[in-house]
Design a protein around this ligand. Sequence first.
Ligand code: HEC
Length: 169
Amino acid sequence: MSAEQDSVFVRNFALVIATLVGVTVLLIVIANSVFGDMDPERQALAEERAEQNLSPDFAVRLSGEPAPAIASADSGADEGGVTEVRSGEQVTQAVCIACHQGNFLNAPGIGDKAAWNERIGKGWETLTQNVADGYGNMPAQGGAASEEEIRAAIEWMVESETGLEVPES
Ligand code: HEC
């Protein structure tokens, strides 16, 4: 490269840098004229938002105190967090259906009146216990549903769907 080529390069390079600096300054001027004089109402709102975001509700809990209740559709569960009990149909659809829909392992089918009629005589307590602990071909379901939910599931699967009535025991 000759010395002349060098100086041409340096000149062009300086020109490019100068242009970029010019564009930057122009952008700063434009940005300032658009956002510079933020109206006080917006300013106040922004400050309020910032304050809300920093409020203790969103702070990290180190003390183990319970989390603030989260608003849910079912606001019945407000105190001390959310404890949701599923309905009998929900439990059946989530847990029991795997076997009780298609007579898997000879499970009595949902709404199968004849099959359930032979079993309901055992009464609520035995049936609920058998489901929770496992019975014959049915593995224990206690880990998948609470006793309350199991009872609700039996209520739905047996009583609502067949019209039978399980006696209290
Ligand atoms: C892995 C398959 C499977 C799942 C999951 C399952 N069951 Fe069963 N269930 C069976 C089988 C098989 C039987 C028949 C057991 C037997 O008589 O040997 C049965 C029997 C029953 C009985 C009659 C028990 C008795 O004492 O005669 C009830 C009530 C019952 N199931 C309810 C439920 C409920 C409620 C759920 C869901 C929470 C559930 N089952 C989930 C397979 C299952």
